[in-house]
Design a protein around this ligand. Structure first.
Ligand code: ZN
Length: 545
């Protein structure tokens, strides 16, 4: 293993640091540096470099704990230069490092494998580099959707229900409702047809689609109903195809664009599950576009434009597009089809004003695709939209339309999801906005604060008026003082407070306080509507084609 370490690290300073770490672990764990090998009591079995440093996995008799970890860190600092053999390039080149944290990991991610102790080390060539990295990590942790989601009571999970299965609490569900409302209306305005399909389908269907051949590892065990096997759906495609195949189509009916919020279930290793980003059940904003060969170019370009429109509506501006080409092994379809389709995808990206990067061999076995990643406030990339050609399913399901020539043809089909999944996109929104969402999709827009119980009646009337105007409001009629009401609303990150005292009640106004902008003075309902007109407008989906 030490030899591998030498080879892998080449001349990198991380090499010296890793050897020092191995030595420090050996010293602290009560064994000598020479026994750091497969059979010794302190064994380093794996190491991996990263941008910010490296980690090493040790097979130790005693699991690490904070005190041991601190002793290893001190031992590493105390080791003389060259103690790990050879010159200390790390020290000579002014490298700064820090033992970051440790965790127990299963070897090769296999829950039946042995438990290893992983030590993460941060290593930079300057103190500025290390500090900048730590500041970024700190900022990321303040934005962590799991932490904010719990603090703001947006979503939860329950051991009784199962891992990777999300419960949307009322406030998180309100965000999802607003996302769904916007996206569903936008789809309908832009000539998609909305459909609903079941969560399970017969084994026969999944055999025909090829999922039981190619995708079974990600599917759950069958459910038997009336002696027939059914599977939870891992994808929505066969259902949309069945809707298409229910009727005969002529070229005049095409394109057909079927859209749905389709909830799918896919197996993920329990160790891989993470908040809203890796789950076992999730809802895609899924659609299938079925069209003629003449229409395909415009359909793909429009799908991409539509995707950018939706994502921009949520405040995102930084995108990178990847075009994934034919996999080297196991894929179906003619080379000429792949070339044609890949060309169309590239052209669509360019015409949308973006540049593409090629992901050679990264396509699905059934066709090439565009993946759209977007950058959040911390410049981290998130995979969102995907637009995929499919040379497989139209044939398997014998999809057809009658062409101008009066004979039967196979249509082209494209799968596309724009948010990707509602779960993942919500996680992204939470982290990007740090839980302080733009006005149009914040769960509660106004907190109403009656200063005294005598103002409650007027506040109830005000709440009703604002609700009827389409605003989301919450009023606090508890018998507590005004300061506490304001504090509670601020903890919930409600962006605007409407405070009502004697004077405001008399004038039929309220005093507006913005979370970010401070006191905005007194307004009445019509002034409030004018003030928020532009913000409200952002949440109204448009026909863009
Ligand atoms: Zn599909």
């Amino acid at each position: 293993m030490v030899n591998n370490l030498e080879n892998n690290f080449k001349d990198d300073f991380k090499n010296d640091l890793a050897k020092k770490l191995v030595l420090a672990v050996s010293l602290v764990m009560g064994c000598s540096g020479e026994t750091v090998q497969e059979t010794g009591p302190s064994r380093m079995v794996n190491f991996q470099m990263s941008e910010e440093g490296f980690y090493c996995d040790f097979n130790l008799d005693t699991p690490l704990h904070p005190a041991l970890f601190d002793r290893i860190a001190s031992a590493m600092k105390e080791l003389d230069p060259g103690a790990a053999g050879g010159p200390d390039r790390a020290l000579e080149s002014g490298v700064v490092y820090e033992l970051d944290h440790f965790s127990g990991v299963y070897e090769n991610g296999d829950a039946n494998g042995r438990m290893l102790q992983r030590i993460y080390v941060l290593a930079f060539d300057s103190k500025e580099g290390l500090d900048a990295y730590k500041a970024l990590v700190n900022e990321a942790s303040l934005r962590d959707h799991k932490i904010l989601g719990a603090q703001m009571r947006l979503f939860s999970s329950s051991e009784d229900i199962g891992q990777g299965l999300v419960l949307w609490n009322p406030k998180g569900a309100m965000i999802r409702y607003l996302l769904e409302q916007f996206a569903q209306a936008a789809h309908i305005l832009n000539d998609y047809q909305w459909v609903y399909t079941p969560h399970i389908g017969k084994a026969e269907l999944w055999k025909r689609s090829g999922h039981l051949d190619f995708y079974k590892d990600s599917m759950y065990s069958p459910i038997v109903i009336d002696e027939e096997e059914y599977y939870l759906k891992p994808m929505n495609c066969p259902f949309h195809i069945s809707i298409y195949n229910n009727e005969a189509h002529s070229y005049r009916d095409l394109p057909v664009r079927l859209a749905e919020f389709g909830t799918v279930y896919r197996y993920e290793l329990s160790g891989a599950l993470n908040g809203l980003t890796r789950v076992r059940g999730f809802t895609q904003d899924d659609a299938h576009i079925i069209c003629t060969p003449e229409q395909i170019e415009e359909e793909v370009a429009n799908a991409l434009k539509f995707s950018l429109y939706i994502l921009r509506s949520f405040g995102f501006e930084n995108f990178s597009a990847y075009v994934s080409t034919r996999p080297k092994v196991k894929s179906i379809g003619d080379d000429s089809d792949w070339e044609m389709a890949t060309g169309i995808l590239k052209k669509a990206v360019v015409s949308s004003g973006l540049e593409y990067k090629l992901d050679e061999g990264g396509g699905a076995f059934y066709g090439p695709k565009i993946d759209l990643k977007l950058k959040d406030a911390l410049n981290r990339e998130w995979q969102c939209s995907t637009i995929q050609f499919d040379f497989n399913l139209p044939t398997r399901f014998e999809m057809s339309y009658i062409g101008r020539d009066g004979s039967r043809h196979a249509p082209y089909m494209v799968h596309r999801a724009l948010f990707g999944s509602l779960e993942r996109f919500t996680a992204l929104l939470i982290e990007h906005y740090k839980g302080e969402f733009p006005f149009w999709f914040t769960p509660v827009q106004f907190g109403i604060v009656p200063i005294k119980p005598s103002h409650d009646f007027y506040c109830k009337e005000l709440a009703g008026t604002l609700k009827n105007l389409g605003f989301r409001v919450n009023a606090d009629y508890d018998d507590i003082n005004m300061r506490n009401k304001i504090k509670n609303f601020e903890l919930e990150k409600i962006p605007f407070l409407l405070i009502v005292g004697d004077k405001e009640m008399q004038n039929r106004t309220f005093s507006v306080r913005s979370r970010k902008g401070g006191d905005l003075g007194a307004m009445d309902v019509s002034e409030l509507c004018v003030y928020f007109r532009d913000e409200v407008e952002k949440g109204k989906p448009k026909c863009i084609f």
